[in-house]
Design a binder for this molecule. Structure first.
Ligand code: ADP
Ligand code: MG
Length: 661
C-alpha cells in the first residue's frame, strides 16, 4: 500500500512523513512511540520521594508570569488536586495564561518536589483525567507534525489489516512465549496495560536485534571465507625485526602480531580489530604488520583521523625504518597540488611501500599499485563512507582496525561480531599508574600548586575544558577564561597555548608542534586533543567540569599522559561528585572502565564507536537492551546452522543486506 492512498495522509503530511524517514506502509506501522504517558492520577499521599506525577485539579490562583531573558518564560500558580493544594511551575507556556482562569479544570504531569510542595509541569491538558487509567503514546514531534497528529494517522492506518513478516522463526517465538508480530505492533501503538506493552516491546526489540545479529554472523562467515592475498613470509624475519626494536614487546602485543601474521599469510582476507587502551602500544603492532606486508611485496596504507596524528605516525615510522630499504611517505589534505601529484604518481608506480595519511589516502585521484594492507587508527573516527570508498576502488586489501575504546570481550563479540579481535590488555612495563584525583573548583589553589610542581620538574601539562567561548546561558569554564587565569599564575615563567576545534588546521598543527617541542608548557584545549596525540613529556592533565564528559571520553583524555616512565597525574575538577568520576580515581584499566560504565548505565559509551546508520533500530537500544542482544546473538548463531528451508525467507533478508561493511 502506498502511503498517499492511506486515509488521513495528504501531500503535506506525506512530505513530512518522508522527511522523518517514513516512506512505506511498513515504515509507518513500525514508527513507534518513544514514550508513553500513563494517564492515571498519582496518589500524592503515598509518595515517599520526589517523583514524576500525573494529576488533575482546579486552578486556585491567577497564574503569575515572568519572562526570563528574551526566549524563556516561567509561570506559577496553585492547583487544588482534591487532597491538597500544590504549587505548579511551568516554563515557556506563557501563552496559556489567559486560559488558566481560576476554577478551570486541568491535568498536569511533571516532577513533584515533596518538600516544597512544588510540581514543575512538563505539560498541561485542559481536561480532567479519564475515568479509567489510559496509556497515551507519545511520538517524536517533528517538522510541524505533532505527536497527536501522527498518532491519529497511525490509528487510522491500524483500523485496517496489517501485513507484516515476522522474522523471528516460530520455534524462537515459542521458546520465549513471544506474541505475534501484528499484535505486538498494535499494542506498541495502543497499549491497554503496562504488562502487555512490555511484552510487545520485548518481542519487537528482539526481532530487530535478532536480524541484526544474523547479519553480523552472516557477514563474519562470509568475510572469513573471502580469499585473501598470497604472502610467503618467514616468521623468523618478523622476529628479527621485533628483536631490533628499542623495547621488548608485551605478551599481548606479541600475540596480536601472531594473530595478524597468521591472517596475512593465511588463505583468507583479514578483517581484524586490534583494541587496547591508549598507550598500550597498538602502533608498533601495526608497524610490524606493515613490515610483514612489505616483506611480501605489497603496499600498506595507514589512515589516521587527523593530520596531527598522521604526521606523528609518519615521523615515528620513518625513524624505525630508516636503516631499511622501505619507502615511507605522508599524504594529507595539506599537501600542495604539486606535492600530492608526485606522491600519487609514486604510489601508482609502486615507488612507495608505506603511505601514511588522513582520509585523503582514499580520495578519488589516488590509485595504488598493489595495496595489500589498510590500517585505520582509532577506527571509530571514520565514517562508513570512507571504508566503503575502498570497496569502490575495486581493491580488497586486508584490513586492520585499531580502536582505543576497548570493549570487554562479551560485548565486543556482538557489536564487532563481524570481525576477528585481538586485544592488548596490559601496558608496556615501566609505566606507572596515572594518579587520578577529584578536586572541587574551590580547591583550585591546590591544583595550581600541583601544576607548579610538575612544571618545575620540566614537565608539561594539558588543561582540558568543555567549551570554547563564554556562553551566556550556562556558566561553564572555557578555554579562554582558563587561559587568562593560567596566565596570571604561570605566564611569567611558562608559555601557554590554546587549542580548539575552531582554529584552522594550520593553526592547530602549529600549536601542537610547539607543545611537542616543549615551546609550550601548558596546553589549554577542548577535547580536540583527545585522539592519539603522543607527547611523553606531558605528565599532568587537568580536566575542568569533568562531570560534563562521559566516562570513556574522560578515560581517553587521561590516556594523553602517562606515556613514559614518569609518574603522571590526572586531576578531575568538578563541583559534583559522581560515581563515574569515582570509578576513574580507582582504575586506569580501560577494559574495567568500560565494564563499570556498562554496569552504571547500560552499555554506556561502549557502542558509541559503532553507532553508524547501520545500527539504528526502531525500538531496540544497544545501550539498554544488552541482555536481549546477547540472547539474539546465541539464537542467531544456532539459527544459521538450521537447514530447515521453511526459514529461507529469513536468511534471504540477511544475505541481501550486506551493507554493514
Ligand atoms: P596506542 O596504543 O595508544 O596507539 P602507542 O602505540 O602510541 O599506543 O604507544 C605508546 C608509547 O609506548 C609509544 O611511545 C611507544 O613507542 C611505546 N611502546 C609501545 N610498546 C612498547 C613496549 N612494549 N615497551 C615499551 N614502550 C612501548
Ligand atoms: Mg595510537
Amino acid at each position: 500500500m502506498d502511503l498517499i492512498n492511506l486515509k488521513g495522509i495528504g501531500p503535506k503530511t506525506l512530505k513530512i512523513l518522508n522527511k522523518i524517514g517514513i516512506n512505506s506502509d511498513e515504515d509507518l506501522i513500525t514508527h513507534y512511540p518513544f514514550r508513553y504517558n500513563i494517564l492515571k492520577k498519582t496518589d500524592l499521599d503515598s509518595l515517599e520521594s520526589d517523583s514524576y506525577i500525573v494529576t488533575d485539579g482546579v486552578v486556585e490562583s491567577m497564574p503569575y508570569l515572568v519572562h526570563i531573558g528574551r526566549r524563556m518564560d516561567k509561570m506559577t500558580f496553585r492547583l487544588n488536586v482534591g487532597t491538597r493544594i500544590i504549587n505548579v511551575t511551568i516554563f515557556n507556556r506563557g501563552f496559556y495564561k489567559s486560559k488558566l482562569t481560576i476554577g478551570t479544570t486541568i491535568t498536569i504531569m511533571g516532577k513533584y518536589d515533596i518538600k516544597h510542595n512544588n510540581c514543575v509541569a512538563a505539560d498541561i491538558r485542559f481536561s480532567k483525567l479519564p475515568e479509567v487509567p489510559t496509556i497515551e503514546p507519545i511520538y517524536h514531534a517533528t517538522y510541524g507534525l505533532s505527536s497527536r497528529e501522527l498518532s491519529k494517522v497511525i490509528d487510522l492506518r491500524l483500523k485496517s489489516d496489517i501485513d507484516v513478516i515476522d522474522y523471528v522463526p516460530d520455534y524462537l517465538n515459542y521458546k520465549y512465549g513471544f506474541m505475534e508480530k501484528e499484535k505486538a505492533i498494535r499494542i506498541a501503538h495502543h497499549p491497554m496495560n503496562i504488562n502487555d506493552l512490555k511484552k510487545a516491546r520485548q518481542k519487537l526489540k528482539y526481532e530487530e536485534l535478532f536480524i541484526f545479529m544474523l547479519k553480523m554472523n552472516y557477514l563474519k562467515n562470509y568475510k572469513s571465507k573471502e580469499i585473501g592475498l598470497k604472502r610467503d613470509v618467514d616468521y623468523n624475519e618478523v622476529l628479527k625485526f621485533i628483536d631490533s626494536l628499542p623495547f621488548r614487546l608485551t605478551e599481548d602485543q606479541l600475540s596480536s602480531v601472531e594473530d595478524i601474521y597468521k591472517d596475512l599469510t593465511g588463505p583468507n582476507r583479514m578483517n581484524r580489530l586490534l583494541q587496547g587502551d591508549v598507550g598500550s602500544g597498538k602502533t608498533i603492532v601495526s608497524i610490524i604488520s606493515m613490515y610483514i606486508n612489505y616483506l611480501a611485496g605489497y603496499q600498506s596504507a595507514l589512515m589516521a583521523p587527523t593530520e596531527i596524528l598522521a604526521s606523528q605516525h609518519y615521523n615515528n615510522i620513518s625513524k624505525l625504518f630508516k636503516d631499511l630499504d622501505i619507502k615511507v611517505e605522508l599524504l594529507t589534505g595539506k599537501l600542495k597540488v604539486k606535492e600530492k601529484k608526485i606522491i600519487v604518481e609514486k604510489l601508482k608506480n609502486n615507488e612507495i611501500d608505506i603511505i601514511i595519511g588522513t582520509h585523503a589516502l582514499f580520495s578519488d585521484d589516488v590509485a595504488y599499485n598493489n595495496l595489500g594492507l589498510v590500517i585505520t587508527d582509532e577506527q571509530h573516527r571514520f565514517g562508513v563512507n570512507q571504508r566503503a570508498s575502498l570497496k569502490n576502488k575495486g581493491i580488497t586489501p586486508d584490513i586492520l582496525y585499531m580502536s582505543a575504546t576497548p570493549i570487554p570481550r562479551t560485548y565486543a563479540l556482538t557489536i564487532y561480531g563481524d570481525m576477528d579481535i585481538s586485544s592488548i590488555k596490559t601496558m608496556p612495563s615501566g609505566r606507572k599508574e596515572i594518579i587520578t584525583t577529584l578536586k572541587k573548583p574551590s580547591e583550585i589553589k591546590d591544583v595550581l600548586t600541583s601544576m607548579d610542581n610538575e612544571l618545575s620538574l620540566g614537565h608539561q601539562i594539558y588543561v582540558v575544558a568543555p567549551l570554547i567561548e563564554e556562553s551566556d546561558k550556562i556558566d561553564l569554564e572555557n578555554v579562554y577564561e582558563i587561559e587568562a587565569n593560567m596566565n596570571k599564575a604561570f605566564g611569567k615563567k611558562y608559555n601557554i597555548g590554546v587549542l580548539h576545534g575552531k582554529l584552522s588546521e594550520t593553526e592547530k598543527d602549529e600549536i601542537m608542534d610547539k607543545f611537542k617541542n616543549n615551546d609550550i608548557q601548558i596546553l589549554i584545549s577542548t577535547t580536540v586533543v583527545e585522539v592519539g596525540v603522543d607527547v611523553p613529556n606531558a605528565t599532568m592533565m587537568v580536566i575542568y567540569d569533568a562531570f560534563r564528559f562521559g566516562l570513556s571520553a574522560l578515560h581517553q583524555l587521561r590516556g594523553r599522559v602517562g606515556r613514559n616512565s614518569l609518574q603522571s597525574y590526572c586531576i578531575l575538577l568538578s563541583n559534583r561528585e559522581t560515581e563515574r568520576l569515582d570509578i576513574l580515581t580507582k582504575t586506569t584499566d580501560g577494559f574495567k572502565v568500560a565494564e563499570e560504565d556498562f554496569k552504571l548505565r547500560g552499555s554506556g559509551d561502549l557502542f558509541g564507536s559503532r553507532q553508524s546508520g547501520d545500527m539504528q533500530f526502531n525500538l531496540a537500544d544497544l545501550k539498554k537492551d544488552f541482555d536481549i542482544l546477547m540472547k539474539a546473538k546465541e539464537d542467531s548463531e544456532e539459527f544459521l546452522l538450521n537447514e530447515d528451508d521453511r526459514y529461507t525467507y529469513i536468511k534471504s533478508l540477511v544475505i541481501n543486506a550486506n551493507n554493514l561493511d
